[in-house]
Design a binder for this molecule. Structure first.
Ligand code: 3HC
Ligand code: NAI
Length: 699
């Protein structure tokens, strides 16, 4: 028996238990252990049936991702699964927690599956740039039919035990995995049920064989948002093999496609992102064992764009919220927006029909800051003005209960200065959510000079609880994300002065894989905000100013850098803008030149990376991978490019530093000079990955 898999016997039932914390990943030792235990249970004449179950918090959650890219260690999973499926004695998978990827593939090779009520079952490989590599694409369509199989394999989201039962993926819902599995095995023996080998059961493939549109429609729906990604298409093809080819041939083709994807740059980047996200939850410089404070009730101040979205995120996770406004009217407007948002989601089938009412019931809308008194965490989301923030935090100091964590959602302002308004700066930090806050996953947790470790841990832990991805950052103008974005914005504007058009710049950025270019983003946010702030500060930006002077404030006025048709958000290039740019440049005595797409890409991306290097030097971010997490989850950086710092390593830091130095000279912009850290890494022949061990895990 191996260390991680043990075999016990309850009279005629052999119970095989995998115990490989934290998630029972299928390491070589687990694969070997299962094979050994199954073989010895088959060989034991006393044993009549076998139950495969797991200790700890979950059933097998998949292959061990850290093994990918390394020389394969025997036995291979397919080999183990063939022995299981061909076992003459029934094998029952008893599932609890999450049965994912290779974990579900193990269960699919068993003859029967039972699961606890809260269990989730899925094939999420596609999210790692992969496809199921141990029969998942061949057995799942045979278990649940190609339509649901496509949804699960190409989309990657798991289904609940109830759904699994409805669709024939499991036989029963049980109370406890080991006990339930054993009881089910006894039933199989008593009823003399024939062994169900999915490989031999083609009954659920018949409909899609007769009418291929069942399959192609499902694929079309699931790949609609897969722009730029390779894995979803390869995964869809593999489900097609199940329909078209005999099992063994399909299995062979699946394996080939899996091996190709494992070696692909996209999957390497996506695996890196998986570990980067988990690494970001580990806070540098906090004493080990620091426990989060208890958070049962949250107060949110301001029911505007952000406050409303943040309140929705908490209610979505079942956490009650006190939502505070300055007056009844503002409150009514804010509550109305939330209700409408949830109702729209329910109408699309995204949440159950009764969810909007249930979630609204968790939000107690009130007027007056004294209402924060019961909250364990207070999040301020009022106007972005230091004076208003200070006023609010001064009041919070008076009303909030001792030990409550006091967070600001400010985009740019100095949290240290805000903390000074209180007598408890140890409880103050930033929780910077991104718009729309109920959708975007990132939460920058801003650690101020005096923030206590347990306050920080509380913010990180509650962010994870509401399904956000936290990244801890330090105090500076714009923190990590917006500070880097500002560099891109500056170059985007300069490119217009040199001859590029908004649509050309945006096209390069979206072709790279970002959801939006800087000018379409400006139109969405509203150009008047920047215009007003420039006026206040006595700063000019001729093209942007000229647009605003012409009443072009962006989407809200139907015109900005682009024009918009009534009711549409699609940006349309506008000849009037080109004319306005030409006129402005003529007035300034400048001539347009042809700007290549290559130059645009370099000037959009490299200055951000340079700023990222400065952010690391100043310890505003602890690890390059934390910066990547910010961009992946806050700005829609394409996951198959890993994040800006990871991508920079792939491009090569020397090339980036050389090009920055070139543009610094060529455009007379000293801010583009390579940062000292970038220069040092180039001189040492290293990449950003060398700065921490974090990225090596996914090698
Ligand atoms: N391999 C190696 N390590 C894994 C792992 C895996 N499959 N899944 C999780 N881990 C590690 C995490 O890195 C983390 O390590 P850390 O504590 O050192 O940071 C630890 O396990 C706990 O993970 P989480 O923090 O994510 O724990 P949660 O409880 O929040 O979530 C989970 C658990 C839902 C299982 C989540 O970890 C997850 O989604 N894991 C990945 C599942 C997956 O993608 N499976 C498919 C793998 S590919 C495959 O199976 C190929 C096959 O077809 C051949
Ligand atoms: P908003 O103008 O939509 O909402 C602010 C709300 O705060 C208003 O409803 C206002 O009535 C209320 N308010 C003002 N003073 C208050 C007080 N003393 N007590 C209670 N309520 C008060 O503003 P928005 O966009 O929601 O921004 C809020 C904060 O979030 C700002 O700090 C902003 O910088 C930040 N932020 C904004 C993002 C965005 O895209 N809009 C993104 C990330 C952060």
């Amino acid at each position: 028996m191996s260390e991680v898999v043990k075999l016990e016997r309850q009279d005629v039932i052999a119970i095989i238990t995998v115990n490989n914390p934290p998630v029972n990943a299928l390491s070589a030792a687990v694969r070997g252990g299962i094979l050994e235990c199954v073989n010895s249970a088959i060989a034991d004449p006393e044993v009549k049936a076998i139950v495969l179950t797991c200790a700890g918090r979950t059933f097998i959650a998949g292959a061990d991702i850290t093994e990918f890219g390394k020389p394969p260690k025997p036995p291979g999973l397919n080999e183990v699964l063939a022995v299981m499926e061909n076992s003459p004695k029934p094998i029952v998978a008893a599932i609890h927690g999450t049965s994912l990827g290779g974990g579900l593939e193990v269960a699919l090779a068993c003859h029967f599956r039972v699961a606890t009520k809260e269990a989730k079952l899925g094939l999420p490989e596609v999210k790692l740039g992969l496809l199921p590599g141990a029969g998942g694409t061949q057995r799942l369509p045979r278990a649940v039919g190609p339509e649901l199989a496509v949804k699960m394999i190409v989309g990657g989201d798991p289904i609940s035990a109830a759904e699994a039962l409805k669709n024939g993926l499991i036989e029963e819902i049980v109370e406890g995995p080991a006990i339930g599995g054993e009881a089910f095995a006894r039933k199989v023996l008593a009823e003399k049920r024939p062994l169900r080998k999915l490989r031999d059961d083609n009954s659920k493939l018949a409909a899609a064989k007769a009418d291929r549109s069942i399959f192609t429609n499902a694929v079309a729906a699931m790949t609609k948002r897969a722009r730029g990604l390779e894995a979803p298409f390869a995964a869809a093809d593999a489900v097609g093999y199940a329909i078209d080819l005999p099992f063994d041939e399909g299995l062979k083709k699946e394996r080939e496609a899996f091996l190709k994807l494992v070696a692909s740059d996209q999957s390497k980047a996506q695996r890196y992102a998986f570990f980067a996200e988990r690494e970001a939850a580990k806070i540098a410089g906090v004493p080990e064992g620091t426990k989060p404070r208890n958070v049962e009730r949250v107060a949110i101040i301001g029911a505007g764009t952000m406050g409303g979205g943040i309140a929705m995120s908490f209610a979505n996770a079942g956490i009650p919220v006190t939502l505070i406004e300055t007056g009844e009217e503002q409150l009514k407007r804010g509550m109305g927006v939330m209700q409408k948002n949830w109702e729209a989601t329910a109408a699309r089938g995204g949440i159950p029909a009764d969810a909007p009412a249930k979630r609204m019931a968790l939000i107690n809308g009130v007027v007056g800051l004294d209402n924060v008194k019961d909250a364990d965490l207070v999040i301020e989301a009022v106007f972005e003005t230091m004076a208003v923030k200070k006023e609010v935090f001064g009041q919070l100091d008076k009303f909030a209960k001792p030990g409550a964590v006091l967070a600001s959602n400010t985009s740019y302002l100095n949290i240290d200065e805000i903390a000074k308004e209180t007598k408890r700066p140890q409880d103050v930090l930033g929780m910077h959510f991104f718009s729309p806050a109920n959708v975007m996953k990132l939460c920058e947790i801003v650690r101020a000079a005096k923030t206590a470790p347990d306050a920080l841990v509380t913010a990180v832990s509650i962010a994870r609880k509401i399904a956000k991805v936290p990244a801890v950052v330090g105090v500076c103008d714009g923190f990590v994300g917006n500070r880097m974005l500002a560099q891109r914005g500056k170059q985007a504007e300069k490119l217009l002065f040199e001859g590029a058009l908004p649509q050309q710049v945006d096209a390069v950025v979206t072709k790279f894989g970002m959801p939006m270019g800087p000018f379409a983003m400006g139109d969405l946010a509203g150009l008047d905000i920047g215009w007003r702030s420039r006026k206040d500060r006595g700063i000019k930006s001729e093209i942007a100013d000229a647009l605003c002077e012409a009443g072009r404030f962006g989407q809200k006025t139907g015109k900005g850098y682009y024009k918009y048709e009534a009711g549409s958000r699609a940006p349309l290039p506008d000849p009037d803008v080109e004319k306005l740019i030409d006129e402005t440049l003529t007035r300034l005595g400048r001539k347009r030149r042809a700007v290549s797409d290559e130059e645009i890409l370099e000037r959009m991306m490299y200055p951000m990376i340079n700023e990222g290097a400065k952010i690391l030097e100043e310890s505003i971010a602890a690890r390059p991978s934390d910066i990547d997490v910010v961009w992946l989850y806050g700005y829609g950086w394409p996951i198959y490019r890993g994040g800006p710092m990871y991508w920079a390593d792939q491009v090569g830091l020397k090339h980036i530093a050389d090009r920055l130095a070139f543009y610094a000279k060529e455009t007379n912009d000293p801010s583009l000079e390579p940062a000292p850290l970038l220069k040092r890494l180039v001189a040492e022949g290293k990449g950003f990955a060398s700065l921490t061990a974090s990225s090596s895990k996914a090698a």
